[in-house]
Design a protein around this ligand. Structure first.
Ligand SMILES: [Zn+2]
Length: 137
């Protein structure tokens, strides 16, 4: 019965997604940081207060999203979150590859092209627009 009521209550509401899971983890991290800051700098310190406000914000915002009826807005938020994560992952992946590869942007279509290092001057053909350009590898 409670389960049925809960299902009924959640009808048309957004629920949880990747972004809400991230905020939950962020909440735990910020909460631990807040405890540490209170111990080190004192509970009345600016840093502890800011972190405390942040924990409250994360909880309220997460609850708001879960029960929101504006599912398209929540989906857009989640999409933005996933895009940001993707961009961060790509950045770190490139950082790791920089030892063995050069990353060039095609002068015609701005497509990023990965070229192995140590082959001297080479002519690169863009895989997207087929234009040629010369670079040092
Ligand atoms: Zn191109």
């Amino acid at each position: 019965m409670i389960r049925q009521k809960l299902t009924q209550f959640m009808m048309g509401r957004y629920g949880t997604d990747d972004f809400s899971r991230f905020m939950l983890i962020a909440w735990v991290v910020v909460y631990i940081a807040e405890i540490a800051a209170s111990r080190i700098a004192g509970s009345g310190s600016i840093i502890a207060t800011v972190l405390w406000v942040l924990t409250i914000f994360l909880v309220i915002y997460n609850i708001f999203r879960t029960f929101s009826r504006n599912t398209s807005a929540r989906l857009a938020e989640n999409q933005k979150y996933l895009e940001t994560v993707g961009r961060i992952k790509k950045f770190f992946s490139r950082m790791g590859q920089r030892r063995y590869y050069h990353f060039y942007k095609c002068p015609t279509c701005r497509q990023t092209i990965r070229v192995p290092r140590g082959h001297g001057r080479i002519e690169i053909t863009c895989p997207k627009c087929r234009s040629h350009f010369i670079k040092k590898s």
